[in-house]
Design a protein around this ligand. Structure first.
Ligand SMILES: Cc1cc2nc3c(=O)[nH]c(=O)nc-3n(C[C@H](O)[C@H](O)[C@H](O)COP(=O)(O)OP(=O)(O)OC[C@H]3O[C@@H](n4cnc5c(N)ncnc54)[C@H](O)[C@@H]3O)c2cc1C
Length: 422
């Protein structure tokens, strides 16, 4: 590593979701040296957790695998997983970034055979499925993980189970002694592509997310619909695994609300329309009620809205439900007033989906130095530390995949200009 004060044309990209991946491959294919740092065991970010994604309702594999091919084929791009940036000091063209790594306990010799998982007895929460199920202590982050390399949960390290996992590996790829590490790297520009996290539904007290088993969030709905999810793609309600056929979606659950997220996340209406499509494909007799303030299906996606609206089994009810209770059958019951008819309703469903918004992650991105943010907390790093810092994707504001990719390409160009003195 170069000493502090040295100049560098390397671009550091923080966050390996669709925006960070795009920034990294675009910059590397344009000739820049790039280091992509991802805190999790795999690239892909939250797009990898979608069942399918609009506009074409493709499986995320189609978008991600093309990018993984581009990463594999580019020697200028280095990927570091299980790593975060603790601090950045310096100035444009000569930043020193402190990178901290967590142990994976599995080396690059891993072939992805899965023998270690078969030797695991302990199960740990599965963040890929938003903890709706568990995975063996030795596991792959998800079926399309990149790198395709297992990870061993810290909780079994030092136990006889860890020794059994090590013994089961025919390739000598288990490293039980791996420790957390840290190193400095000199880079010329930094692109923050640290994405978003789902708004905490527990804060929406009247909706009882923590009290009612059959009140779930939109990100959990993605996993219920996914063939790689906890129900293998069957949309079953959590309390009793009954098919969820009468489902309500509550739009703006915590969004456009000064007590929660004051802004519109731009994608929640479209996500709920997509969830209606999932349900109508899964069950011919499914009925979906979408409770909305106003439907925001931006630019070309209005036609998707029109298609779902034409389905007589999908109803749109202009209302923000006041509260959710639960009846004796465990059905969530929505209470509120229809804004157009002024009728009060009290309607039971198999399941309710809260369309929660995308919350900023700037505070988690680099804990030891505040990044410049907008009034909502999204990163607008351009003026931070000499103008060589940029943000891309949802780190910069609520965007869908297509707009995240556009912003990532723009960030790649700005970073190249920054390191080349433009
Ligand atoms: C319910 C729902 C459904 C959606 N469906 C669609 C859809 O159908 N079509 C569509 O276009 N969009 C959809 N979206 C939006 C889509 O998920 C986002 O546009 C996309 O995730 C943005 O990608 P990103 O790379 O900016 O962020 P993310 O996907 O959040 O990726 C950020 C990455 O950065 C990593 N990271 C975070 N902090 C750090 C750190 N400090 N150090 C290192 N790494 C870090 C994370 O681990 C993650 O891998 C949906 C959103 C929701 C809520």
């Amino acid at each position: 590593m170069a000493a502090q004060g040295a100049r560098s044309e390397t671009i550091l990209v923080v966050g390996g979701g669709i925006a960070g991946i795009t920034t990294a491959v675009e910059a590397a294919e344009a000739g820049a040296e790039v280091v992509l740092v991802e805190r999790g065991p795999s690239l892909g970010g939250r797009v990898a957790q979608l069942s399918r994604y609009f506009p074409k309702l493709c499986h995320p594999t189609c978008g991600l695998e093309i990018n993984y091919q581009r990463i594999r084929g580019n020697r200028r791009l280095r990927v570091i997983t299980m790593a975060t940036v603790a601090a950045v000091t310096g100035d444009r063209g000569a930043y020193t970034a402190r990178i901290e790594t967590r142990p994976r306990h599995v080396t690059a010799r891993c072939t992805g055979c899965g023998d270690c998982a078969r030797a695991s007895q302990t199960r740990v929460p599965n963040p890929y499925n938003y903890d709706l199920d568990t995975v063996p202590a030795a596991h792959l982050a998800h079926p399309m993980a990149y790198p395709m390399r297992y990870v061993i949960a810290d909780s079994v390290i030092g136990t006889p189970e860890a020794d059994r996992i090590e013994a089961a590996c025919r390739y000598g790829a288990v490293d039980l002694g791996e420790e957390p590490g840290a190193f400095d790297m000199v880079v010329g520009a930094v692109v923050w592509a640290t994405g978003w996290r789902p708004y905490d539904a527990a804060k929406l007290q009247p909706y009882g997310y923590e009290r009612h088993a059959n009140v779930i969030t939109n990100v959990e709905m993605e996993r219920l619909a996914a063939t790689t999810g906890p129900t293998l793609g069957q949309i079953l309600r959590p309390s009793d695994a009954k098919p969820a056929k009468r489902v309500a979606m509550i739009q703006c659950a915590g969004s456009r609300d000064h007590n929660h997220l004051p802004y519109c996340s731009r994608i929640c209406c479209l996500a709920s329309l997509k969830h209606a499509a999932y349900l109508r494909e899964a069950y011919a007799d499914a009925e979906v009620d979408i409770y909305y303030i106003d439907i925001r299906a931006h630019d070309k996606l209005e036609s998707f809205h029109a298609r779902i609206k034409a389905d007589p089994r999908v109803r749109f009810i202009k209302s923000k439900p006041a509260s959710i209770s639960e009846n004796e059958a465990g059905d969530p019951v929505l209470h509120g007033e229809d804004t157009l008819t002024r009728d009060l309703y009290e309607t039971a469903y198999d399941m309710v989906v809260l369309a929660i918004g995308m919350a900023p992650t700037a505070g988690d991105a680099m804990p030891e130095a505040a990044l410049e943010t907008d009034e909502y907390g999204f990163i607008v790093a351009a003026e931070t530390l000499g103008g060589g810092m940029f943000s891309a994707g949802v780190a910069a504001g609520p965007l869908d995949v297509s707009l995240s990719v556009q912003s990532a390409t723009a960030a790649a160009l700005k970073a190249i200009q920054a390191v080349r003195g433009g």
